[in-house]
Unconditional design. Sequence first.
Length: 162
Amino acid sequence: MDSWRTAISATLHCLTGCAIGEVLGMVLATWWGWGDAASIALAVALAFFFGYLLTFLGVRRSGLGIRQAVRVALAADTLSILVMEIVDNAFLLAVPGAMEATLRSGLFWGSLAVALAVAFVVTVPVNKWLIDRGKGHAVVHEMHGHAHGDSHEQKHGAGHRH
């Protein structure tokens, strides 16, 4: 699989965890009437939690122990989630009224959706850079043993044939 497709896949994975945490955090903070700083802190904490959790669960299913699965999740996702969170929260802060919008507001949901989309676009090249260096989600793809579309020799080694 080429590194751009892998980067897009990794970023979609990251986006899923970030979106779950970000939406849950923003919904709860808005519902509770929290200010901007507390809203962002909760959303970011939950984005990291759910981002790491999705990777952790995936690599655990592939047979890794808990300690190693935690290490892989931290190594694979930290920079990606960090970039995504910086970008989407900066975007939300830049949109007039977005942080004050209520849960019933189109501005709340629209700005959150656009913020996540912008963060995705910015994070894909970051993940490509990591993958090209054998870091980030390249490690996760190795753990799963699926290099989507790679030849049999690339998956199992040139000397291994059935």
